[in-house]
Write a protein of this length. Sequence first.
Lengths: 283, 410
Amino acid sequence: MAAKRSLRGSGPPDCAETDQVPPGGRSTSPATTRLICESDAVQIGQPFWLAVVLEMQPDWHCYWLNPGHTGFSPKLKWFLPESFHIGETFWPQPIRFMAFGQIGFGYENRLAWLVEITPPEVLPSGGQIEIVLKAEWLLCRDVCIRDRVTHELVLPVSPPASANVLSNRDVFDRFRLNLPQRRDEGLAAVFFKEGESWVLRLQVPEGIAVKPTEVYFFPCDAGWIDPVTDQATSVQGTTLLVRMRGCDSDRSAPDELHGVLVWREGHAGSDHIVARRITAPKN
Amino acid sequence: MSSGISTSVTAASSLRGSGPELERNLPDGFRRLQLGEPAPDFLLKGVDDTEYRLADFEEHKFLLVVFLSNHCPFSHAAETRMLPWIESMKAQGLGVVAIQPNHPDAITVDELGYSKYSDSFEEMKLYARENGFTFPYLYDGETQAAAQAYGALATPDLFLFDEHRRLRYSGRFDDSRFEDPATVTRHDAKNALVDLVANRSVQVPYARPMGCAVKWLSKITKVSHTNQTSWEHEPISLAEVDSVGVADLMANRSHKLRLINLWATWCGPCVAEFPALTTLSRRLRKRDFEFVSISMDDPKDESKVLRFLTQHRAGMPTRVAASLHAEQRTTNNYLFTEPSQDDLAAAIGEGWQGPIPFTILVAPGGRVVWQHNGEVDPVELGRVILDELGGFYPEQENEAPIPLWLPNDH
């Protein structure tokens, strides 16, 4: 295990990386990870952001919340000081890929999970806190490696009145660009059963032209929507319908459909991919 | 010149009435070519993509029409002696044409345990090339017209004709089904040709064919059903294993060649290759071979693992089940239970670097024959296994005697 570096006044905080050695003990991981903080220090009562950055060698991939046909979802387990609160983990927009003849949802190259930490209102200044992350993910190429890492991040605690220096602000802003927008308000998204299909219906905001051939819904729950069968999308006026085939399982449908809807919107010459987090109640 | 047809041996009958089981498995109207009868013509495609008929061999004084097949261990054993003999007898005027009478769809999967090739025409080309055939090798599987015209019963089955193309000898090459020439006590075909060359009566004009029964086209439906259902009723089970148990598996104190595969339901390449491994296992179910799967799934996902094994019919043949009992094991499907894989890596050995799928072939006594990280190439793996097991019947003292005539199985 690499020695932990001192972080007092040493610039943007970063974690001490432990050796990433997959189970089995011998081979080197095809990925490197870092745990970084947006701000240089913890300020009492001020939330701050952490990023878990995973960089994979070419041709390797890892998986999203719902891995698709095979794979498993990464697991992030945090160990925080007492009274610190951790918010939800923000996952970057996934991609759909074909590997080993199977459809997977996940990532290639580099990704960063973001999480917001809220410290307590009372905290002795001048000290430091330690945050530990134990993470596990599956990295695959022609083989699969179940990678486990432990990161420790030590952050100084600065007085309440001091300026909050965000040395990693630019880096985090770039990470945020890869997150699905939390803009499903006004979409009036619902889902319902129609024959053998599950249908996601939503209202396309006015002024937005959606290309039906470039729409895909990534369901968060695995084992319920079949990732292999192509989704059928149609636009009727301002109503977008995404038809998906269910898996052959005994699972009953949840009351809410959670996922990420990706579409290309705009006009020729100025269109772009947009990803939205969707929460659709059952109709 | 004498007719060369011995009268001291009763000409073989049509073979109907040789036994109810044999009769039931022969095509309607089946009749074996009789001594003295002329060679039936044929028009068949050879592995050189050329069509051949009987007249194409008229330049040869004597003609051997021999029915062979890619998959049959009897054929393999006979060929080891027959091929050099053929070469040596060409100078004596011997011409040879080999005919493969089987349709590949009429062969059950577990009849393919002695060869990497089935009996398709394309595989005949590979087989002929690898084994150095210096004579035409013709495919009769689509209609089996030649097989029926000659009354071929098995592979190998020989028909030796004189210069007038009259049948002078038919039956086996010699009396051994093993590879070792020291196991031969009667050189039937050789002796027949010696008699022919010397222009005398063939002393023994018929020696019962010994080999794999011809796979008649009528068998296709039954074979298709068998291939689909024969392992559907095999029990599928799963047991936990720790690193000590894996070390024991690696020690392989059985008499079987053991293929061990580390996999998981969440591993894409593992899932992709698994059907090929179960197919290989079915192919080798009559050999001293077993497939052992070790899942790296979380123990709490036991039901998911069992569901996957059931979906892929990773069951246990009766032959393997009996041998497991001797080892005090109950299954060949395992779920690894320890949280750390360090001890597992030590048990597997230096060849495993940690990623899966990982496949290792262990001979009896623990010798590692082959190992591979990543999705296996089933053709290469099949070749490695056959190199280790051999393409012939093993000579084992405790092996159950096999009847000389095998109506439909071997």
